[in-house]
Design a protein around this ligand. Structure first.
Ligand code: FDA
Length: 305
């Protein structure tokens, strides 16, 4: 049943008509639990209050299905606005973004132009930028772009997904770039040809790549809400004397906030991924797919609004 729900929400997340409708009608159905607001001003309030609790942030301007140059340029402008705001308001926040929002499905040239604009502004404001990883069909392109950008900028990192068979060799392949990588389980629906179908295999591979990347001496963001993985990381760094400055934990805004604060109190860097913007629908559906138990919460929200 859980798998059916998961597939259903992932299917809904890709629906362009619902995405457009959601944009027009504003944050609904309890989405505000996971999305910081529709404007940068609302996001600033959320970031500031997280910073006050000892949590650091990576902020993300939401955008899905960008299929023309104008929209991609506008998405990049929103990222630049967010970076300048972080600098001006002295927030402890990085930025996350998606290659498709920057025009990946249109042309490489467009993505590179937008990324260089963003990374120049980020460098001037001392802000680090992480390129989120999307579905498998964009994985190689994203890694190629990351490699190119990493030769030009220090303030850029990307994400690798434990559910993909290829990730172990990507860790090895990227080793020489000394990348700051966020490691995650993976949020998209992928075929058995490219991804482990069983959760237990994903979890094992997650542990394996965390160990590989840390022992390669590279900065590792362990992005998960899973206590077993968090405990594994804590034990590993203790065993190998890896300092707290070489890794951090990351979680999504609205998920396990007490655990986030607890990890920060224990002295770990705890970064919260804070999405904002009018294009909240696809992101929200992927969060429901991860944890169908959240649906009960959403149904309550539907009747309250
Ligand atoms: P999993 O979903 O297996 O959950 C493990 C346990 O965590 C659960 O059993 C439960 O105990 C607890 N838990 C999970 N959700 C909960 C909730 N809502 N409330 C209470 N407890 C909960 N993916 C991707 O493909 N590309 C990307 O770029 C990113 N980026 C990213 C950034 C950050 C900061 C995070 C945290 C995650 C991502 N992801 C991602 C998403 C990631 O791939 C994955 O889908 C989710 O993190 C869910 O997987 P978990 O590791 O949390 O474990």
């Amino acid at each position: 049943m859980e798998q059916v729900m998961r597939d259903f929400f992932l299917f809904l997340s890709k629906n362009k008509t619902l995405t457009k409708l959601a944009k027009q009608y504003g944050l609904r159905f309890g989405a505000s639990r996971f999305v910081a607001g529709e404007t940068i001003g609302q996001a600033v309030e959320v970031i500031r209050s997280l910073n006050q609790k000892g949590l650091v942030v990576t902020v993300d301007y939401l955008g899905e299905f960008v299929d023309n140059e104008k929209e991609a340029n506008e998405m990049a402008n929103h990222c630049i606005e967010a970076i300048e705001t972080i600098g001006r308001e002295q927030l402890n926040s990085q930025l996350s973004l998606k290659m498709t929002s920057m025009g990946l499905d249109i042309s490489n040239e467009l993505v590179m132009r937008n990324m260089r604009r963003i990374l120049d502004t980020a460098k001037a404001n001392d802000v680090f930028v992480t390129i989120d990883m999307e579905d498998y069909s964009r994985c190689q392109k994203t890694i190629d772009i990351f490699k190119q950008l990493k030769t030009e900028y220090d303030n850029v990192g990307t994400v690798l997904q434990a559910y993909l068979y290829r990730t172990e060799s990507d860790i090895e392949d990227l080793k020489e770039y000394h990348p700051n990588l966020r490691l995650v389980k993976g949020a998209y629906k992928e075929s058995e040809e490219v991804a482990f179908p069983e959760k237990k295999d994903v979890d094992e591979n997650f542990k394996k790549i965390i160990k590989m990347h840390l022992l390669n001496g590279n900065y590792t963001a362990v992005a998960t809400h899973d206590d077993a993985i968090i405990e594994y990381t804590k034990q590993l760094v203790k065993e190998y004397n890896i300092p707290n400055t070489q890794f951090e934990f990351q979680m999504l805004y609205g998920i396990r906030p007490e655990r986030q604060e607890q990890l920060a109190r224990e002295g770990y860097t705890m970064r919260v991924y804070v999405p904002y913007g009018t294009d909240w629908y696809g992101y929200f559906m992927r969060r429901l797919a991860e944890r169908p138990a959240n649906v009960a919460f959403v149904l309550k929200g539907m009747f309250r609004k």
